[in-house]
Design a protein around this ligand. Structure first.
Ligand SMILES: [Fe+2]
Ligand SMILES: [Fe+2]
Length: 137
């Protein structure tokens, strides 16, 4: 489970709220995957919600970066695209194979590690730049 108090806080408040929501969805997925009898419908629904939320999360950051002409936009967007692609690929594999280990390894392992690192680096720099150019929200 992600302890939300350990999520790095960035300077732009709205981004922190979105990161908390993402953690809530990942924690919901973890609870579902811990159950003895996996509710595949609930897992599917949560994965779809997670994909939809991540798309909006990334698109909003990209819009904010463009508003302030953030110099590392392409690099940050590239990371978003790469991870969204991985997420979609993993969900497709899950739908074909129904392998919960795959979901555990990716969504509760590598994706969570990436998310924390991404927030503490690219999102942190981006938020500072947004605050300097349009003020903090
Ligand atoms: Fe973010
Ligand atoms: Fe980001």
């Amino acid at each position: 489970m992600i302890d939300k108090s350990t999520i790095p806080q960035v300077a732009y408040r709205v981004m922190n709220e979105v990161h908390d929501e993402e953690a809530d969805l990942l924690n919901r997925l973890e609870s579902l995957l811990k159950q003895e009898h996996i509710d595949t419908q609930a897992v599917d629904d949560t994965l779809q919600a997670l994909l939809a939320h991540t798309k909006v999360h990334f698109a909003n950051e990209e819009r904010l970066m463009q508003e302030v002409s953030f110099p590392a936009f392409m690099m940050h967007q590239g990371e978003h695209l790469r991870v969204l692609g991985e997420m979609k690929h993993t969900v497709s594999r899950w739908q074909a194979e129904q392998d919960t280990e795959l979901l555990n390894a990716y969504f509760l392992g590598s994706l969570q590690e990436w998310l924390m690192l991404h927030i503490s680096t690219m999102d942190t720099m981006t938020a500072q730049f947004i605050c300097a150019h349009k003020g903090c929200a």
